[in-house]
Design a protein around this ligand. Structure first.
Ligand code: IMP
Ligand code: MG
Length: 185
């Protein structure tokens, strides 16, 4: 039995399903930005796997930068506060920004980061989220590209963590009730 099976109850999105959807999203994004050069801004840490796959499927010139926010501790419930961990390195003034997020839950992180980017006076800001749990939304936030709508369950893998673990799983799965790897704080 592979190691992860102790902690993952069910695989909900396979490596193949994710790859297929990422390619579709990249095609849609490339078509929408035919006449505009993009700055892709990944929201750390969870988006790095998605971003790496998405940009390699994207047949458009682009720059890449990262922003970091933290609305969760190591648990599975939002603390409701968003802190900025890493600011942009590039200037996005007058540029077309595509924020890339792993998952949108309450919408707090994204609302805060969209505001931060808008303050820099970009030409436009759009959002691409791999996953959306719209059942848990507290703040309305426009998602221009969504990979998959998922039910209200805590998922890990493909960049998504539980207490910093499981980001390396190539698929997305639902975490078991009492995971043995990385104990709850
Ligand atoms: P929000 O601010 O409540 O929308 O939370 C968004 C952030 O919470 C995401 O960037 C993730 O890091 C984290 N998050 C929310 N749901 C999950 C989940 O099911 N698994 C792993 N991380 C999650
Ligand atoms: Mg995140």
């Amino acid at each position: 039995m592979p190691d992860w099976e102790q902690d993952v109850a069910e695989v909900i999105l396979s490596e193949e399903q994710i790859a297929q959807r990422v390619a579709q999203l990249a095609e849609q994004i490339a078509a929408d930005y035919q006449y505009a050069e993009l700055v892709i801004v990944g929201i750390l840490t969870g988006s790095f796997v998605f971003l790496a796959d998405l940009m390699r499927q994207l047949d458009r010139p682009c720059e890449v930068d990262f922003l970091q926010a933290a609305s969760y501790g190591s648990g599975t419930v939002s603390s409701g506060e968003v802190a900025i961990g890493k600011d942009l390195t590039l200037s996005v003034t007058g540029k077309h920004v595509l924020l890339v997020e792993d998952i949108v839950d309450s919408g707090r992180t994204l609302t805060e980061l969209v505001r931060l980017v808008e303050n820099r006076k970009p030409a436009s800001v759009k959002v691409c989220a791999l996953l959306s749990k719209s059942a848990r939304r507290e703040l309305a936030v426009e998602l221009n590209y969504i990979g998959f709508e998922i039910p209200d369950r805590f998922v890990v893998g493909y960049g998504l963590d539980y207490a910093q673990h499981f980001r390396n799983l190539p698929f997305i799965g639902v975490l078991r009730e009492n995971p043995t790897t990385a104990s709850r704080e």
